[in-house]
Write a protein that binds this ligand. Sequence first.
Ligand SMILES: C[S@@+](CC[C@H](N)C(=O)[O-])C[C@H]1O[C@@H](n2cnc3c(N)ncnc32)[C@H](O)[C@@H]1O
Length: 318
Amino acid sequence: MLEILSQHMRQLEAFRADVALGLSQTRKRLPSRWLYDNRGCEIFEEITRLEEYYPTRTETAILRENAREIADFCGERAVLLEYGAGAGIKTEILIDALDSPKLYVPIDIAGEFLDETVVRMRRRFPDLQTLPVVADFTAEFEIPRGVPGGRRSAFFPGSTMGNLDAHETKGFLRQVRRHVGSRGAAIIGVDLKKDLSTLLPAYDDREGVTAAFNLNLLARINRELGGDFSHECFAHEARWSEAESAVEMHLVSLCEQVVTVDGQRFAFQTGETIHTESSRKYDVRGFMDVVEDGRWSVSAIWSDPDRRFAIFGLDATW
Ligand SMILES: C[S@@+](CC[C@H](N)C(=O)[O-])C[C@H]1O[C@@H](n2cnc3c(N)ncnc32)[C@H](O)[C@@H]1O
């Protein structure tokens, strides 16, 4: 109980520091991890069911189609570490296909939402030991020692890797290699480059669910840090950055205004934005270069017929 409380306090302090720093910059920005409080996770699940949001549908189909092969890649008695587990819906497909899996370690920054996922997974897979970890995977953390099993595989679906910048990606690949060890593997879902007429609606749907997801960050700042953001004074925007090969989410100030957070005042011009998320899109060669640079070798690539999305099977090299 005390550990949970101190973890909660540490997370709150990290959030406070990121908001103070991010809103003080000339180009205001906040790390995308803070989009995921409990409400943010719930809205994200709604996004995954939208017609415009092709990534979840496509990745799920690839997983179903190739479940046997991906499970063989993990090997028998697998230990599965899942980064950014969320609701773990796709994970059920993989665990179902695994041969006598020994341990499942779902890792997520959103502790309350992770608790619900763990309850569901334990009910669904009673013979599989599940050891959740609440952590920010862009920072260093340790994996708890669990029952001995076969090879360790890191599972990172949802194209969440695309939310990391080049520096974070490098650090993430290094940390995962350390977590899985010398015989370890990684299975990473990657959204591929495609036309903007498909990409942009996926981050700006007609029903406004993605807008609600983005604006929820302001509600979180108000609730947790005593901010006075007015929901009506900001609008959601999705835009393409050619330089970053990413769809960016912004919150646009609709007027000149001053917002107070934690006693600190932040001025906004009309049209000024807070950059809240980047979702990088890769081509296959580009992603291979990134992981090979991080001392992983590409052993398999599973994709859909339209090459919208790819799941990479990686082996750690030493
Ligand atoms: C795009 S969602 C993907 C959810 C799920 N894996 C899927 O494929 O649908 C990203 C998930 O990663 C978590 N997350 C985002 N940034 C994180 C970070 N820095 N550390 C740990 N978890 C993070 C979020 O809470 C959320 O559950």
